[in-house]
Design a protein around this ligand. Structure first.
Ligand SMILES: Nc1ncnc2c1ncn2[C@@H]1O[C@H](COP(=O)(O)OP(=O)(O)OP(=O)(O)O)[C@@H](O)[C@H]1O
Length: 453
């Protein structure tokens, strides 16, 4: 091509040229801004005001912010995934010959679901192996892989975390004890509700936030405690530090093993009496002033079932807990216990607890002990919960679906004292201590020569 004169007046090149070009644009914007300065000022002030309002909304009401802006964020994520799908599959070893087909992407915040048709010879197992690489390539918080029908694979990305900002524990709205009580929030922005009735075990290592689940549950039942429809019985063998602040909420309290056994055995007697009275008449319990719901709240179950120095008290406590767990539901007796170490040696009756909350745990095997291996494979990664998110955990929904990430509200010491004062129970029972177990004499051996006549 012949060189034309215009080609000689070329665009400036190199860093100096780029700088001159940007400086020119900047001066132009500044000049226009100067000429129309009242409008510029107005636009800047409006932008700052809107930005401030959005920030206040996001920080003040994170769940509402996530819900309202969720669909836009999911849309952005879906576009990003579609755009990068081929490149990400190639880098994660899923597109050796051809790329798996991304058949559909949809979701509601904080989830984006991708329906993928694997290439010939690929299975959902290949996607499970590449799961962590896929998650980090897309920058998602968590990922779940599962087969979807005979041919497809469902990849669920969790693309936001609404549980990052702590929130206060709230008291229940009414004394009605129907179905479940709210303990905090789920990661999809809905309320986390815990069914009343099933015996509940909350497992989490030290500092995992068991206290916030304990108090959120007590707060949720507080209106029923005040009216007398529910009675809480607190057992805290760690010196009583936990329950001492909210003592007025508890009808019976125990801070040593002897008192704990007395409380538990008294409840077993009440349970048996109620079950006998119900026999042939009633099949399930409805809380009332005459027959309240009894909830035993145990702060550290292992202190009673594994670390108790008095063997006899430990055995009696275990027997009473097993009886309450196996027979208590129908006549209205519930056990709610917290525990650091979920091994069978520590809690032999783990299987009697029908509702589990897995907070931060030491490793994957502990998470499997609490929630089951299937739940861990479907994303209940208790061992990956960050240390700076106490009160966060996983629960299994009643319908048997996938594990749900939840966070309990935080109860400060002042809040516990205030709620205990405001919702104090009308009935306090003081037990002296464990009644000594009846001594059973060993049967005497028949003396030689002295047979029955
Ligand atoms: N839901 C929550 N939100 C924010 N912070 C929390 C929450 N729950 C607990 N924390 C903070 O985490 C710390 C540890 O919580 P907590 O004492 O309840 O843990 P724990 O599991 O009972 O530990 P340990 O078994 O050692 O008693 C508390 O000091 C509290 O400040």
């Amino acid at each position: 091509m012949p060189l034309h004169a215009s080609h000689l007046v070329a665009e400036p090149v190199g860093p100096a040229g780029a700088f001159r070009r940007w400086a020119g644009h900047f001066c132009l914007v500044l000049g226009v801004g100067w000429l129309a300065w009242p409008w510029t000022l107005l636009a800047l002030a409006t932008a700052a005001l809107l930005g401030g309002l959005l920030l206040a909304w996001a920080l003040g009401l994170p769940a509402s912010f996530a819900r309202r802006t969720g669909s836009v964020r999911v849309l952005v994520w879906r576009r990003r995934v579609r755009r990068d799908w081929h490149a990400v599959c190639a880098r994660c070893g899923l597109a050796e010959r051809e790329t798996p087909q991304l058949r559909r992407s949809r979701g509601s915040f904080p989830y984006v679901q991708l329906r993928v048709r694997p290439t010939l010879g690929q299975t959902s197992r290949d996607f499970e192996v590449a799961a962590d690489a896929l998650r980090s390539a897309f920058g998602a918080a968590r990922i779940r892989i599962e087969p979807d029908g005979p041919t497809d694979v469902l990849v669920t990305l969790t693309v936001g975390d609404t549980l990052g900002i702590p929130f206060a524990a709230a008291t229940g709205a009414s004394p009605e004890l129907v179905g479940s009580v709210a303990l905090g929030r789920r990661e999809d922005g809905q309320a986390w509700r815990l069914p009343i009735g099933p015996h509940t075990l909350v497992a989490g290592c030290s500092g995992a936030g068991k206290g916030s689940v304990f108090w959120s549950f007590a707060f949720a039942l507080a209106p029923a405690v005040r009216t007398g429809h529910a009675q809480l019985h607190g057992i805290d063998l760690k010196g009583g530090m936990e329950i001492a602040m909210g003592r007025q909420l508890f009808t019976m309290s125990a801070t040593d093993a002897a008192q704990a056994v007395a409380v538990l055995e008294h409840l077993v007697d009440l349970m048996r009496a109620r079950a006998e009275a119900y026999a042939g008449r009633v099949r399930s319990h409805t809380p009332s002033l005459v027959e309240p719901l009894h909830v035993v709240m145990i702060d550290e179950l292992a202190a009673l079932t594994a670390y108790c120095s008095e063997r006899d008290l430990q055995r009696r406590a275990e027997t009473a807990i097993n009886l309450l767990c196996s027979q208590g539901r129908a006549p209205g007796f519930m056990v709610f216990a917290c525990l650091q170490d979920p091994r069978k040696e520590v809690i032999p009756s783990r299987g009697l607890f029908t509702q589990m909350v897995g907070l931060r745990l030491k490793d994957q095997s502990e998470a499997s002990m609490v929630l089951g291996e299937t739940a861990v494979l479907s994303g209940a990664l208790c061992h990956r919960i960050p240390r700076d998110m106490p009160g966060t955990g996983y629960v299994l929904p009643e319908d048997g679906g996938h594990p749900i990430r939840v966070r309990a509200g935080f109860a400060t010491d002042d809040a516990i004292r205030e709620v205990a004062e405001q919702f104090a129970t009308p009935s306090h029972v003081q037990l002296r201590g464990a009644v000594p177990a009846p001594v059973t004499k060993r049967p005497q051996r028949a003396r030689a020569g002295g047979g029955a006549s």
